[in-house]
Write a protein that binds this ligand. Structure first.
Ligand SMILES: Cc1cc2nc3c(=O)[nH]c(=O)nc-3n(C[C@H](O)[C@H](O)[C@H](O)COP(=O)(O)O)c2cc1C
Length: 390
C-alpha cells in the first residue's frame, strides 16, 4: 500500500512540527472568515506568494568541521537582550482568533524575552496588555485624520511604559484584500454561507463570542461615533479614518511627542531609510505588510542588502513579511537585518492553541534557528554574513 504524505490532521497544536502544520491546525479550529482575514493578501496576491518564494532563491554555503556545541541565538536590540532575534508584529483583530488574543501573544513574547507589538486596532486596551502580560511592549500607530487619536495613544503608551512607538506608513491607503471581502455581503456583514460555517465551530464561538460578543477596537473605541463602536461596524468605518496625507512632517512631529524608541514600519528603499535616520528614528521595519497592501511590491528580502548598507549603522533594521522558518530568519540576519518580525506565524499559534500555541510557534522558529546556526558552522548570530549565502 502506498502511503500518502500528509500533515497532521488533528486539532492538537502540540503535534505541529512546523509553522505550516500549525497553520493547518489553526485552519481547522477557526471559521473560514476569521482564518481568511489572517491568510489573504491584496488583489492577485502576487506579493504574498513572492514573500515566500524569495527565500527559496537564496541558498546556504555552510562552513564544515566547526565546533558549534556552545552556539546561542541571543542578541541585543536597543541595548536590551533578546533570547532570539524575533519580535511579534502588530496585527489587528487578534481577538477574532482567541478571546483577549493580544494578551496571549504578549505573554508568550514576555515568556521567552522578546518584544510584542500591539496594533492600534487591537481588541484589548494598551493598558490592559501591560497589566495582563508585562514584558517588552511596543505600540504600533496608525495616523488618522484626527491627530488627537494619536496624541491620546502616545500619551497612554508612554504612561504604560511602552518601549517603542512603531508608525506604520504603508497602509493609510488601505489595501483591497478581495478574498477577505468575499466573505461579506457588505463590510461587517457575513454572507449566509459564512454564518453557517461559524455555526460549525462551536468551540470558537464559546471562546471568542461568549459572553462578551464580537470583540471591539478597544484602543480607539472612545473616538468612534456610537454607531461605529461594534467591531462589525468598526471594520467598515475605520479605514475611512486613516489619513492618506501622512508625510515626513509627521515623523518630525512624532519625534517631538514621543521620547521612547521611534520605529518606522513600511520602508522599502534606501533613500527612505536614510531619511528616517536623519529625522531621528531609532529603527525601521522593512515590510510590505505581509503582502496585504501594494500588490506587486518587492519583498523586503530583495532590498535588505542595499538598505542595510545605506543605514544599518544608524538604525535598527527589522524585517518582516513571509517569515515561516528558521532558515528564513537566518538568511535575513546574514543579509544585514538585526531582527525579524513575525505576524502570521504566531497568529497561527494563537488560533491553534492560545498562549500555549503562540509559545509553540516561537519554539518551532527558535528551534529551527538553533539548528541552522549549527548546520552552518556558526556559534552566534554575529558570525552570519553574506559569505554563507548564494
Ligand atoms: C491579520 C493581520 C493583521 C495585521 N494588522 C496590522 C496592523 O494592525 N498594523 C500593522 O502595522 N500591521 C499589521 N499587519 C502586518 C504585520 O504587522 C506584518 O507586517 C505582517 O504580518 C508580516 O508578514 P507575515 O504575516 O508574513 O509574518 C497585519 C498582518 C496580519 C496578518
Amino acid at each position: 500500500m502506498a502511503l500518502v504524505r500528509q500533515l497532521y490532521s488533528g486539532t492538537d497544536f502540540r503535534r505541529a512540527l512546523s509553522i505550516e502544520e500549525l497553520r493547518a491546525v489553526a485552519r481547522r479550529r477557526t471559521p473560514h472568515f476569521a482564518f481568511e482575514y489572517v491568510e489573504c493578501g491584496s488583489e492577485d496576491e502576487v506579493t504574498l506568494r513572492h514573500n515566500r518564494s524569495v527565500f527559496e532563491s537564496i541558498r546556504f554555503i555552510p562552513d564544515t568541521l566547526v565546533d558549534t556545541s556552545n552556539r546561542h541565538q541571543r542578541t541585543t536590540l536597543f541595548g536590551r537582550e533578546m533570547s532570539t532575534p524575533l519580535i511579534i508584529a502588530p496585527t489587528a483583530l487578534n481577538g477574532m482568533q482567541r478571546y483577549r488574543g493580544d494578551i496571549a501573544l504578549a505573554r508568550a513574547a514576555a515568556a521567552i524575552g522578546i518584544p510584542f507589538t500591539l496594533s492600534t486596532f487591537s481588541n484589548v486596551r494598551l493598558e490592559d496588555v501591560q497589566t495582563g502580560a508585562g514584558g517588552r511592549l511596543w505600540m504600533q500607530l496608525y495616523l488618522m485624520k484626527d491627530r488627537t487619536i494619536a496624541r491620546d495613544i502616545i500619551r497612554r503608551a508612554a504612561g504604560a511604559g511602552y518601549e517603542a512607538l512603531v508608525l506604520t506608513s504603508d497602509a493609510n491607503v488601505f489595501g483591497f484584500r478581495e478574498w477577505d471581502r468575499r466573505n461579506y455581503r457588505q463590510p461587517g456583514d457575513l454572507t449566509l454561507r459564512n454564518i453557517l460555517d461559524v455555526a460549525c465551530h462551536p468551540r470558537w464561538i464559546l471562546d471568542v463570542l461568549f459572553p462578551h460578543g464580537v470583540p471591539r477596537f478597544e484602543n480607539v473605541v472612545d473616538f468612534l461615533p456610537p454607531e461605529a463602536r461594534s467591531a462589525r461596524a468598526g471594520v467598515a468605518y475605520l479605514p475611512g479614518l486613516l489619513a492618506p496625507d501622512i508625510t515626513w512632517e509627521d515623523i518630525r512631529w512624532l519625534r517631538t511627542e514621543w521620547s521612547g524608541k521611534l520605529i518606522l514600519k513600511g520602508v522599502l528603499n534606501a533613500a527612505d531609510a536614510k531619511q528616517a535616520a536623519d529625522l531621528g528614528c531609532d529603527g525601521i521595519v522593512l515590510s510590505n505588510h505581509g503582502g496585504r497592501q501594494l500588490d506587486g511590491s518587492v519583498s523586503p528580502m530583495d532590498v535588505l542588502p542595499e538598505i542595510a548598507r545605506a543605514a544599518g549603522d544608524r538604525l535598527a533594521i527589522i524585517v518582516d513579511s513571509g517569515f515561516r522558518r528558521g532558515t528564513d530568519v537566518i538568511k535575513a540576519i546574514a543579509l544585514g537585518a538585526h531582527a525579524v518580525m513575525v505576524g502570521s506565524a504566531t497568529l497561527y499559534g494563537l488560533a491553534a492553541g492560545g498562549e500555549a500555541g503562540v509559545r509553540h510557534a516561537l519554539g518551532i522558529l527558535s528551534g529551527e534557528v538553533d539548528r541552522v546556526l549549527g548546520q552552518l558552522g556558526c556559534n552566534s548570530l554575529r558570525e552570519l554574513g553574506p559569505h554563507l549565502l548564494r
